[in-house]
Write a protein that binds this ligand. Structure first.
Ligand code: SF4
Ligand code: SF4
Length: 127
């Protein structure tokens, strides 16, 4: 059981913060919903993605914000913060029982992402 550091480059998401950090308290990584499995990175997705469609939408991501006093102080200090990761991609070599990810770091990506399936866990490796 472990928790990877999350690097995220999906800057269209309400949880994205400069420095490629994710301010969500927790993220869920899922398989492609129709196939129900993942054979490539593009089949995986960050289910916690929430499109930032403007200033007013910043509120949309706040229910899952990782801004306790301590974490906020850490962010202000420039320290790495990271969400808890729950992963359902049991076709990945880093997946572990209990929906844990044993990678040291994961990279969530999604150039021009507009919806959840546009995001990927780029650290996925088929077993
Ligand atoms: S896409 Fe996922 S990992 Fe990236 S900022 Fe949004 S919630 Fe966090
Ligand atoms: S590296 Fe694999 S186990 Fe870890 S979050 Fe990504 S898909 Fe899930």
């Amino acid at each position: 059981m472990s928790n990877p550091t999350v690097k995220c480059t999906v800057d269209q998401c309400t949880h994205y913060m400069p420095g490629d950090q994710c301010m969500a308290a927790k993220i869920g990584v899922y398989n492609d919903e129709i196939a129900g499995e993942s054979t490539a990175r593009s089949d995986t997705q960050c289910k916690s993605f929430h499109l930032n469609s403007g200033i007013g939408d910043m509120v949309g991501g706040l229910h899952n914000a990782n801004i306790s006093g301590t974490l906020k102080a850490a962010f202000m200090d420039g320290k790495q913060i990271t969400p808890a990761v729950e992963c359902y991609v049991n076709y990945c070599k880093y997946w572990d029982q209990g929906n844990y990810c044993n990678a040291r770091e994961i990279h969530i990506a999604g150039p021009n992402a507009a919806k959840t399936p546009d995001t990927n866990c780029n650290t996925f490796e088929a077993e």
